[in-house]
Design a protein around this ligand. Structure first.
Ligand SMILES: [Zn+2]
Length: 428
């Protein structure tokens, strides 16, 4: 049998198997049952106590959030920020704290046993250049500072949640693993290394990043290309044709934008950067443009990739030129069959609703560390602890008040998944 077909068949049967096990594990409960369990969890006295602690400590939480934000941590240079967080974590007896070889800071809150292992991840790194002085300012119920939202709000939510659990003497059956990851913004190396190292030992993975009202449970595929059209160039007054390579480039771009894009599966295409000659009075010998192509379906990406390549080839040849394509990065779409009905997604949905997020937007277009987990076959979702805006800009901001609600939400998710120990055993 053809090797490619064989591997395709294997993939298909593996996916079917995954889907089947995922479904079987799931459909034991209806959405209503998940919801009533979420309500029961929120009614538990330890949970009420933990929530009250979150409310009583708003000011301290806000101060700590600002203090962490002010330690800039460009990807690969998270050391100072990690050390600050490490010091806080080491103050909590409930945790086991260490670094791994990738530089991730990891704090494990051991369970009593017999429950799922839940990883909660927020990334330490920022997109801002080294040496940038950051000062958080508060006005009109918002906090402003580069990185305050992405991803410091979630780092803070994890810390505040741990304190609340400790205060309420909450014990879970499963281990809670708090992962303060590195290099999310550049390569997701921190999450990749962590997941590789813990293969087969993670039941659920929650990546805390963008978002607030809802969550994602799938990763969108993202391919970035730079296409060059190579021609002879020449002076403006040289014999024409040949034209500047800008002409086939323009024709190709116009045709690419005429390609129909699916809404379902969600698919996007953007041509954002282009270039040509270095001077005004030369025909471009190398005209180039970038494409950012995204879809939750790898088949759709592959299909569009082919059609785009054919257009560029046709337009180049029509002008007597050639094509050179560089792939800048590729991240495959990561979707787990049957995941919408999995215990993780159903539980998360129920927790959101029980906390008053009436119709949480639940999508499959995430692009963060959850994708790394999903690609490795680990059930994952991504969400955020508060509403923020202006990510990756110097004018980044977050609403302050909803963060406290977000802390409760993240905490509830952890407890619902790792399973709260029965009341009799919560105090010791
Ligand atoms: Zn982020």
């Amino acid at each position: 049998m053809n090797k490619a077909i064989l591997s395709l068949l294997l993939t298909l049967s593996f996916s079917t198997h995954l889907a089947a096990t995922n479904q079987a594990a799931n459909n034991r409960q209806s959405p209503e049952e998940y919801l009533s369990r979420a309500h029961a969890l929120l009614a538990r006295s330890e949970v009420t106590k933990a929530f009250a602690f979150v409310d009583q400590n708003r000011d301290a939480t806000l101060r700590e959030w600002a203090a962490i934000t002010e330690i800039n941590a460009p990807s690969g240079k998270e050391r100072a920020r990690a050390a600050f967080v490490e010091k806080i974590l080491r103050g909590y007896k409930s945790l086991n704290v260490r670094y791994d070889s990738a530089g991730n800071l990891i704090a494990v809150r051991k369970g009593t046993g017999g429950g799922p292992i839940v990883v909660v991840d927020a990334h330490l790194d920022t997109v801002f250049q080294e040496g940038l002085k950051i000062k958080a300012t508060i006005r009109n119920s918002r906090i402003y500072a580069p990185g305050v939202g992405d991803d410091t709000r979630n780092v803070e939510a994890m810390l505040a949640g741990i304190r609340a659990m400790d205060h309420a003497r909450i014990r879970t059956k499963g281990d809670l693993v708090f992962l303060f990851s590195v290099e999310e913004e550049t390569s997701m190396r921190g999450a990749k290394e962590f997941i590789k190292e813990h293969k087969g030992k993670i039941d659920y993975y929650i990546a805390l990043d963008g978002g607030y009202e809802g969550f994602t449970y799938g990763g969108i595929g993202i391919n970035w290309y730079r296409h060059h059209i190579i021609g002879p160039g020449g002076h403006t007054r040289s014999a024409t044709p040949p034209y500047s390579a800008a002409l086939p480039l323009a024709r190709a771009i116009a045709r690419i934008y005429e390609l129909p894009l699916a809404h379902n599966p969600p698919t996007n295409l953007n041509i954002g950067m282009l270039g040509g000659a270095e001077v005004v009075n030369a025909k471009a010998a190398d005209a180039w443009f970038t494409i950012d192509l995204r879809s939750t379906s790898n088949e759709v990406i592959a299909g569009l990739e082919q059609r785009i390549a054919a257009i560029i080839k046709e337009e180049s040849e029509r002008a007597g030129m050639t094509v050179r394509t560089e792939i800048i990065t590729t991240t495959p779409a990561s979707q787990l069959p049957g995941h919408r009905d999995s215990r993780l997604v159903r539980t998360a949905e129920a927790v959101y609703i029980a906390l008053g997020f009436a119709r949480p937007p639940i999508t499959i277009t995430g692009s963060n560390n959850a994708s790394v987990a999903l690609l490795a076959g680990v059930p994952a979702i991504s969400t955020g602890a508060g509403p923020c805006g202006g990510a990756h800009s110097l004018t980044e901001w977050c609403e302050i008040e909803p963060l406290y609600n977000g802390i409760k939400k993240i905490l509830s998710l952890q407890l619902a998944l790792a399973e709260l120990e029965s009341s009799t055993r919560t105090t010791e």
